[in-house]
Design a protein around this ligand. Structure first.
Ligand code: HEC
Length: 167
């Protein structure tokens, strides 16, 4: 038996050109996606293909994304919703859909669990958040919530995220 590597056909002459073309296309794609990501940050558009659809130029205070609601919320998420509505919705909007001019949607690709783990929610509430992803200014610390309440809020947001393809 010959070594299959030796038996492999020689690469046709144009192989190199094709590969170069593919590399150029890939580089362009990266540039376009990177550019889109930047544009997204500036324009409040979600950077990824997943996640809810953006509302086109929402008026001040209006939802920034269209959030699909889960069929039902778990018990913990229902408790979280109550706390969220009382404390967070003023800036993050009803159903965490954002409020233009006040706070970003948490049902958003950038807040997927791999990018903002559950601990990020507790840190945000305890310490506040310095503006870095958006242009709404910083989030002040939110007093008066227990760790358990923040955990419930996080559950609620995760269930909303999952209903919108953000995992
Ligand atoms: C006064 C307005 C305001 C309130 C109230 C508020 N937030 Fe925020 N929050 C913001 C803004 C603005 C940002 C985005 C900062 C940035 O990245 O530019 C933010 C970001 C976050 C983030 C992302 C943190 C990170 O690491 O990037 C989380 C999580 C969060 N908020 C959770 C909450 C929760 C939970 C509540 C309620 C307990 C809450 N927020 C209440 C304004 C607010």
């Amino acid at each position: 038996m010959t070594d299959p590597r030796q038996a492999a056909p020689r690469r046709p002459k144009e192989w190199k050109d094709k590969t170069m073309n593919k590399m150029i296309v890939a580089a362009l794609a990266v540039a376009v996606i990177g550019g889109a990501g930047y544009f997204a940050m500036v324009q409040n558009e979600p950077p990824g293909a997943t996640g809810p659809r953006t509302v086109e130029s929402p008026p001040e205070g209006a939802s920034m994304v269209k959030v699909a609601l889960p069929e039902e919320l778990s018990g913990q998420a229902q408790m979280g919703k109550r706390a969220f509505d009382a404390v967070c919705a003023a800036c993050h909007g009803e159903n965490a859909a954002g409020r233009n001019g006040m706070g970003p949607p948490l049902v958003h690709k950038i807040y997927e669990p791999s990018h903002h783990a559950d601990a990020a929610f507790l840190l945000a509430v305890r310490n506040g958040v310095r503006a870095h992803h958006w242009r709404f200014g910083s989030m002040p610390p939110q007093d008066g919530l227990t760790g358990a309440e923040v955990k419930s809020i996080t559950h609620y947001v995760r269930e909303l995220q999952r209903a919108n393809g953000i995992e």
